[in-house]
Design a protein around this ligand. Structure first.
Ligand SMILES: FC(F)(F)Cc1cc2c(N3CCN(c4nnc(C(F)(F)F)s4)CC3)ncnc2s1
Length: 493
């Protein structure tokens, strides 16, 4: 790929959101949308609208409705574009690689070409995902490094190197039939990077981080969807740029209409979140979009993605549809139970920790206080389906922990479980018929009374034993390991 094509230059200067949409529309008509150009454009806009926001003088504070969309000059973009193309082309001697398809050696070289320029400081800050960040600040996050490698291969005119995405990691696939895989970036804190290594079946097996071998394998159009989905409109922890958010939303709808989100559940989830914040007239409601993400995971990824359910659960929780929230979280747990938990799965652990130890307790408290004031009881604490979903939520987490190298549950989980269990009315507990996987009925109403008494005894024993165990235990519970990771480890290279 040479310099910018004439047709691309005609879209500049970009003066409003529609100009950016038009540029993306043009690039997406092509079967090789220019990843480097699009990433730089999004990075420049995001930087101006979030990081280096033009401080408005008092004068234009009056018409705050006036969008502050920046004018993006061709010269700005072309300088950065040429810098990246030159850097890649002068660092890779293509004559040594005559094959049409990439080799593992070449993937490692290109990963090194990106890696060697990175500054060693903070890598989990916001706005470090684009080539703009790489070219102006020598900083990239985990996703950004993997994307830069794929953009570099497009410049070197390989069309077999593609981005492979799990829910918390990124790597590349390459070779004649995309059968080869390679690590090209790091993951998490305190983990040595494994760049250049293949992702082997033993690493992938029952691993959430590698989605048990069902990651999102992108084509060029889905790589465009990944950088659009990776747009971060946040100005700070509490404020988002309205302009950046609507640019991301409109680009996601463009990609949606072109069919490039159909195999990308997380991008659909992102779109659902944006639609909750500011609904687009004539577009489906957020729950429909979250449902599409769930269907996409079921159809294309053997229902092994967890986030589609936590997107939906979070939405229902925020909108106080507590029955549906519990159902979504039970299904999230049903998805995660087939994995074995290990130290690199912290992100999904934190999602379940928040649901079990913060969102559900808060929900039960609110419902309890509502019940106190209301005469008839229609709420979840009297609904056997809610209680069943509550139990399935915990049951899936227990199964997730089974056979795992790292424990998931600890004393806080047990305490919260007891608190939440107690918030369900005893009558509702009688109505539950627990069946095991092979479908045999294991309890009737009378038994379940003793069972709940028995349950309480088991849990109290659990608490007592757990306390003893914690003192005696040699191994590290998740939290101890986590605190070690935060304290003990130096910033990873
Ligand atoms: F490449 C990595 F390593 F960064 C892994 C990826 C993450 C991610 C993403 N995310 C991550 C999950 N994410 C979520 N936001 N809310 C979530 C939920 F908990 F509500 F479900 S999950 C934000 C967007 N959105 C699109 N694509 C990707 S590829």
């Amino acid at each position: 790929m040479a310099g910018l094509r004439e047709i691309e230059k005609q879209f500049f200067p970009l003066q409003k959101i529609q100009d950016v949409i038009d540029l993306f529309k043009h690039e997406l008509k092509d079967n090789e949308p220019n990843l480097t150009l699009l990433s730089i454009v999004l990075g420049v806009i995001e930087n101006i609208l979030t990081v280096n926001r033009a401080v408005s003088s008092d004068a234009d504070k009056s018409n705050t409705l006036e969008p502050i969309f920046p004018v993006i000059e061709l010269s700005t973009i072309e300088a950065l574009y040429t810098k990246f193309v030159t850097h890649i082309k002068k660092s890779v001697d293509k004559t040594k690689f005559p094959d049409k398809f990439a080799t593992r050696e070449l993937v490692k070289i290109v990963s090194d070409v990106v890696w060697c320029c990175l500054s060693k400081s903070f890598k989990d800050r916001a706005h470090l995902q684009s080539l703009y960040s790489f070219l102006t600040g020598n900083k990239l996050d985990c996703f950004g490094v993997a994307f830069a490698v794929v953009a570099a291969f497009q410049i070197l005119e390989y069309n077999d190197v593609h981005l492979s995405l799990s829910e918390d990691h990124a790597w590349v696939v390459f070779g004649e039939d995309l059968k080869e895989t390679a690590e090209v970036t790091w993951h998490g804190k305190g983990n040595e990077d494994k760049r250049g290594q293949p992702i082997t079946a033993s690493v992938v097996e029952k691993s959430w981080l590698y989605l048990n071998g069902r990651p999102v394998t992108c084509n060029r159009h889905m790589e465009v969807a990944a950088i659009v989905s990776g747009i971060n409109p946040s100005i700070n922890l509490t404020v988002d740029s309205v302009e950046m958010g609507s640019l991301q939303q409109e680009l996601l709808w463009l990609l949606y209409d072109l069919g490039h989100l159909s195999k990308y559940p997380m991008a659909l989830g992102n779109l659902g979140d944006l639609e909750e914040i500011s609904p687009t007239p004539g577009r489906p409601p957020p729950v429909d979009i979250f449902e599409e993400a769930i269907q996409s995971s079921k159809v294309h990824y053997n229902n092994q993605h967890v986030y589609p359910f936590t997107y939906l659960g979070g939405y229902h929780y925020r909108n106080q549809n507590y029955k549906q929230a519990l159902k979504a979280w039970a299904e999230a747990s049903n998805a995660v139970k087939n994995f074995n938990y290990n130290r690199e799965d912290e992100e999904i652990y934190k999602e379940f920790l928040e649901v079990g130890n913060d969102l559900i307790p808060t929900m039960m408290k609110q419902v309890a206080s509502e019940n106190a004031s209301r005469i008839h009881h229609t709420s979840i604490s009297y609904d056997p389906e809610c209680y069943a979903d509550f139990l399935r939520f915990y049951d899936g987490i227990c199964e997730w922990e089974e056979d795992s190298k790292t424990p998931v549950l600890h004393i806080t989980w047990a305490k919260q479980l007891v608190n939440s269990l107690a918030k369900f009315d005893p009558t509702v507990r009688k109505l539950i018929h627990l069946t095991s996987e092979d479908g045999d009925e294991s309890s009737s109403s009378s038994e379940s009374e003793e069972e709940s008494e028995e349950e309480r005894e088991i849990i109290q024993d659990e608490n007592r034993n757990q306390k003893k165990k914690v003192k005696a235990k040699k191994g590290k519970t998740h939290d101890q390991e986590k605190s070690d990771k935060i304290n003990g480890q130096t910033e990873d290279s």
